[in-house]
Write a protein that binds this ligand. Structure first.
Ligand SMILES: Cc1cc2nc3c(=O)[nH]c(=O)nc-3n(C[C@H](O)[C@H](O)[C@H](O)COP(=O)(O)OP(=O)(O)OC[C@H]3O[C@@H](n4cnc5c(N)ncnc54)[C@H](O)[C@@H]3O)c2cc1C
Length: 476
């Protein structure tokens, strides 16, 4: 039987892979996308980690838990009294599952509408652009492709000293599926995922202790913003212990016994559930035949150039499985870029303008360089900050924690970085991303009309403050 032939075969149907397949089809190419994702209930779905076990379900639970928290702690300030506030975790989880199902089935519909062939099974790249597809029931088929895009994503890093059992010790996916609020929750790792998941269950009533091996909190963020975040999280009652190196975790009858070491020596902690989220690693298991010609780097990422070309001709790799931040939107843009380059069109990703968002309350978002990075470059710079406490909309929302910080170059006023901690920072950062993308100056932002009363006025005022021209704050 002759092999099915495609112009483009994408292995992996997460946020890097499925947009690549759709864009390839939009470019008039005959595209297929292979994915092996299996949910805990045995169902199959496109969408990868992001839609099934990451961005989307976590944001659904973050929203529900934040609403509960605000109803219990803030509504009275609005003059609203709530007499019987309750939590129905089953309903919360079922709303989350409904959103995930809607979005993942949306991908199947998009594939159909764009003429992408959807293949469920495991894909393995052989030599000469052939791909072996193995379905769940073991049937094998080899398909041919002119181009292959590898988008196999990442998986959680496991700690042999705290093996995930799916019950008491869980990874991030398990933590999104708790059926009740744990009384005492331990989180290993104060990174983005640990903070978000810790926040969800803390807002719903869990006592949360987060152990972080590093001494610096949120080392990847601007130091001023990280300090501000630590202050708010502490006030909320999140117990974040820095410099705490876990030495073991054992699940027993009364909970999980966690041992760790900090500057005071050996410590122990007993919790009902433990979430291990110490990072993710690229996933290339059974992806590449020995003669596929695709090289990995020393950390296991597929080696690519700036256009996401691997070391094998006409084999591309995008998303979490290649260098760069493990973010859905970064993977999506890489997938689209690869599909455009394959079609002979222009394709580019501006790696200097990729926003990062942490969906805590207050939210944290940034793009461009931190102040420490600018300082290290030796260039003279200006900083403007503006607190949400002085923003009318934030006051009306009763969400005045945080600030906008904007950094511009002293010589030509180029916008270098924007760092926000505050309400919907993840939305507010979009303006800064666009400004960076268009190489805007601080003055460009100063001269842009921002609607009143909006939170975006804080961006505007921070830009003005960099030149000591803020209207609603006292300048230096
Ligand atoms: C709890 C959590 C919250 C997150 N929140 C955010 C967020 O808010 N914003 C954000 O930008 N990022 C977030 N992320 C990160 C985001 O999920 C990842 O960056 C993103 O999913 C990476 O996309 P990808 O397509 O590269 O890989 P993945 O999403 O991991 O998808 C890869 C797919 O390929 C499949 N696959 C792998 N190998 C094969 C094979 N050989 N054959 C067939 N199929 C294969 C996998 O089953 C999977 O379906 C979060 C992650 C977690 C865990």
């Amino acid at each position: 039987m002759s092999e099915r032939e495609f112009d483009v075969v994408v292995i992996g149907g997460g946020p890097a892979g499925y947009p690549a397949a759709i864009r390839a089809a939009q470019n008039g190419l005959n595209a297929a996308c292979i994915d092996e994702w299996e949910n805990h209930d045995g169902s199959r779905a496109f969408g990868g980690t992001c839609l099934n076990a990451g961005c989307i379900p976590s944001k659904a639970l973050l929203e529900s838990s934040e609403l509960y928290h605000r109803a219990s702690s803030e509504f009275d300030r609005h003059g609203i009294s709530v007499t019987e506030l309750g939590i129905d975790i089953a309903a919360m989880q079922s709303r989350k599952t409904g959103i995930v199902k809607q979005l993942t089935s949306g991908i199947a519909a998009l594939f159909k509408a764009n003429g992408v062939t959807a293949l469920q099974g495991h894909g393995r790249l052989l030599s000469d652009h052939r791909v072996e597809v193995t379905t769940a029931d073991g049937k094998k088929e080899t398909i041919g492709a002119k181009h292959v895009i590898l988008a196999s994503g990442s998986v959680p890093i496991e700690l042999p000293i705290a093996p995930v059992d799916g019950q008491d010790i869980v990874d991030s996916w398990g933590a999104l599926e708790f059926t009740e609020v744990p009384k005492r929750l331990g989180v290993i790792g104060a990174g983005v995922i640990g903070l978000e998941l810790g926040s969800v269950w803390h807002r719903l009533g869990a006592e949360v202790v987060i152990l972080e091996a590093l001494d610096d909190f949120l080392f990847m963020a601007d130091a001023q913003i990280a300090k501000e975040a630590a202050k708010h999280f502490k006030r909320q009652g999140l117990d974040i212990r820095l410099g705490a190196k876990m030495t073991g975790a054992v699940a027993g009858k009364t909970g999980v016994n966690v041992s760790y070491e900090d500057s005071n020596g050996k410590q122990t902690l007993e919790v009902d559930k433990l979430i291990v989220c110490v990072g993710r690693r690229p996933f290339t298991s059974e992806l590449l035949a020995d003669d596929a010609g695709v090289a990995l780097d020393e950390r296991g990422f597929i080696q690519v150039d700036e256009g996401c070309r691997s070391t094998a001709a006409d084999v591309w790799a995008v998303g979490d499985v290649v260098r760069g931040p493990m973010l859905a939107h970064k993977g999506t843009e890489e997938g689209v870029m690869a599909a455009d380059l394959i079609a002979g069109k222009v394709g580019e990703v501006n790696y200097d303008a990729i926003p990062s968002v942490i969906y805590t309350a207050p939210e944290i978002a940034w793009v461009g360089k931190t102040e420490a990075e600018v300082k290290a470059s030796g260039a003279a710079y200006k900083v403007g900050t503006f607190p949400f406490a002085a923003n009318g909309r934030a006051k009306g929302m009763e969400q005045t924690d945080g600030l906008v910080k904007l950094i511009t170059a002293e010589d030509d006023d180029e916008l270098l970085g924007v760092h926000i901690i505050g309400p919907v920072a993840g939305e507010l950062i979009a303006e800064a991303v666009l400004a960076l993308e268009f190489s805007a100056s601080g003055e460009d932002l100063q001269r842009t009309v921002h609607a009143h009363s909006t939170l975006t006025e804080a961006n505007h005022e921070a830009a003005l403050a960099a030149d000591n021209r803020a209207i609603h704050a006292i300048n230096r």
